[in-house]
Design a protein around this ligand. Structure first.
Ligand code: ACO
Length: 324
């Protein structure tokens, strides 16, 4: 059975950067108090990218996909599978994956979205890997793309300081050389209320709450516990000791969660990719955005072993261990 090898990556960020100081001023104008000091000390976030109203999730996804395709050197027509992870699709339907396929000017390949919130990219990557290993696809485009700024309650200081918009993409190809070594996905739906956007549309009306709500402390504790177990499980499947991993690319929600996990896994900070300071939490886009940044600046190199991890609403979590 072939491996799935990552042969290209790309990312996209909106042009508008909002620093903690600017966000604090915007909130102060509405009588809501926060500060750069509070946000940095609790989360490590210093700024976020926010999409303009006319920039859709599919636009960011398309830009990231184009860059990943160019980086891989393939012809877009070779892509026979597109999986896009998002919780902020352009439409209820069609899927954002189909919209990206149209923007790329290719047709025929299977294209669909997966919805696992901040775990979405590792869910999408694991699904694409399964297709390739089973011989059902040879060249997959896997994208994580979000405009979370659209589902944030900008009057809730407990959540609005945490998120940003962006997209990241991988091109995966069937290969005889090692690529994705092991994967592990989990969910516990009984925890759906600790992080949710429990609204929808019925008969043309918004029903329920259209904004993201979170029990921050419950998310923090569940994320650390579940991700440690997931990392140990995926490493055991691959027969690799966690401390021998070259790079850890975790979901970028909070630097305190990231560092706590690094310590539990015996990974020094200089082997952990952190972009949450610049990107904030971009949900399904955070892992491919961080991976692409570290690959393009030369930290992640061919032959190295990289652990990718996602965690988020559902509650969902997962790990992908890959040899580059
Ligand atoms: N600025 C200033 N004060 C704030 C802000 C803010 N932006 N937000 C909340 N506060 C206040 C609260 O009102 C509260 O005030 P009170 O004591 O007067 O009531 C106080 O700060 C403490 O609030 P907590 O919610 O208990 O703050 P906590 O220390 O838990 O930090 C945080 C909140 C950063 C969200 C933390 O719980 C956390 O990191 N959780 C992890 C969740 C996470 O990262 N989620 C991201 C999305 S989920 C995912 O991607 C997996």
């Amino acid at each position: 059975m072939p491996f799935s090898k990552i042969i290209g990556s790309g990312s996209a960020l909106p042009s508008n950067i909002v620093s903690n100081d600017v966000l604090s001023q915007q909130l102060a104008a509405k009588g809501i108090e926060t500060s750069d000091e509070w946000i940095v000390s609790r989360t490590g976030i210093k700024q976020r990218y926010i999409a303009a109203d006319d920039v859709k999730t599919s636009d960011l996804a398309f830009e990231a996909a184009q860059k990943a395709i160019a980086d891989s050197g393939i012809d877009a027509a070779e892509i026979d599978l597109i999986i896009l992870a998002t919780s902020t699709p352009d439409y209820i339907f069609p899927s954002t994956a189909c919209l990206v396929q149209s923007k790329l000017g290719i047709a025929g390949a299977a294209a669909f979205d997966v919805q696992a919130v901040c775990s979405g990219f590792v869910y999408a990557l694991t699904t694409a890997d399964s297709y390739i290993r089973a011989g059902n696809a040879k060249c997959a485009l896997v994208i994580g793309a979000e405009t979370f700024s659209r589902i944030i309650d900008w009057n809730d200081r407990g959540t609005c300081v945490l998120f940003g918009d962006g997209a990241g993409a991988f091109v995966l190809k069937a290969s005889d050389e090692p690529g994705i070594l092991a994967t592990q996905l989990n969910a516990d739906g009984s925890l759906h209320t600790i992080l949710h956007t429990a609204g929808g549309v019925q008969h043309g009306q918004v029903v329920g709450d259209p904004f993201l709500r979170m029990d921050g402390q419950a998310v923090f504790k569940t994320a650390v516990t579940s991700l440690e177990a997931s990392a140990l499980s995926v490493c055991a499947k691959a027969g690799i000791a966690p401390e021998t991993i070259d790079w850890f690319v975790p979901h970028q929600a909070n630097v305190r969660i990231i560092n706590s996990l690094g310590r539990k896994l015996g990974l020094d900070e200089d082997r952990i990719v952190v972009t949450v300071d610049k990107h904030a939490n971009t949900s399904a886009a955070s892992v491919p955005l961080a991976f692409d940044a570290a690959r393009k600046d030369g930290r992640i190199q061919a032959g190295q072993k990289v652990l990718l991890q996602g965690v988020g609403g559902g509650f969902t979590w997962g790990s992908v261990l890959v040899q580059i």
